[in-house]
Design a protein around this ligand. Structure first.
Ligand code: FE
Length: 233
């Protein structure tokens, strides 16, 4: 079972995966403002979340993982997790590279893809990978704040993601132009930030982006270090 959900304000994709037999589920990158929608969907599909995950500490929206956990019926005890190197106290479970997170008969594999932030993780499930802000469709996450490192991002994308089978589906953490999915081969061959670029060229390109500071960063980052638990309401 699989759903790709969208938050139009932050252009964030949230992913729901579940084991059909056990009804155990995983939510990846759920957004605070969408928690009623997500709770309703979990109820409608009769799913019991086993894992509530963030790909990294987000700067552009607040995570709902803590609030979702609190709102779930007694008995449902999902574990909330984020990459160890995110140094985010509010999470119970520090994710490390190479581990498998089991939900019913299914599992996903954690792949460290640092560079956008030091703790950014991607999650591989069956024929698809959830890349957070490491690899975007025709782009990649910025590396100019939150401990970002363009050289590290280049290595993660080219050595960890682009070495996956070409047909692996790429589901990003955001898209600002309505694109929903890509694949590894397409990104390897056509991503304008990466295709045919050396590490040095990529570092220069990333250093020259001059992007505006995210509007919510001063609220979102401290809140997300606490897994969103400190937000009222
Ligand atoms: Fe991000």
């Amino acid at each position: 079972m699989f759903r790709q959900l969208f938050d139009p304000v932050s252009s964030t994709y949230t992913y729901l995966l579940a084991c059909d037999r056990s009804r155990e589920a995983v939510l990846i990158d759920p957004v605070m403002e969408q928690r009623e929608r997500d709770l309703a969907l979990l109820g409608e599909l009769r799913l019991a979340p086993r894992w509530l995950l963030d790909t990294h500490v987000h700067a552009d929206h607040v995570t709902s993982v803590s609030k979702l956990k609190q709102a779930l019926p007694p008995g449902a005890q999902p574990t909330i997790g984020v990459g160890l190197a995110c140094e985010a106290d509010g999470y119970e479970y520090p994710l490390i590279d190479g581990e498998r997170l089991v939900f019913g008969d299914e599992h996903l594999e954690v792949i460290a893809t640092p560079g956008h932030t030091p703790g950014s993780m991607s999650f591989l499930w069956r024929d698809r990978i959830f890349t957070g802000d490491a690899l975007l469709i025709g782009g990649c996450g910025r590396t100019d704040f939150q401990g970002g490192d363009p050289g590290q991002l280049y290595d993660a994308i080219t050595q960890r993601l682009f070495t996956l089978p070409g047909e692996t589906l790429v589901y990003p953490g955001h898209d600002y132009r309505g694109r929903r999915v890509s694949c590894i081969a397409e990104e390897r061959e056509t991503n304008p930030r990466l295709a045919g670029k050396t590490r040095e060229e990529f570092v220069v390109l990333m250093g020259a982006l001059n992007l505006p500071r995210p509007k919510l960063i001063d609220i979102a980052v401290p809140a997300n270090k606490q897994a969103g638990a400190i937000i009222q309401g």
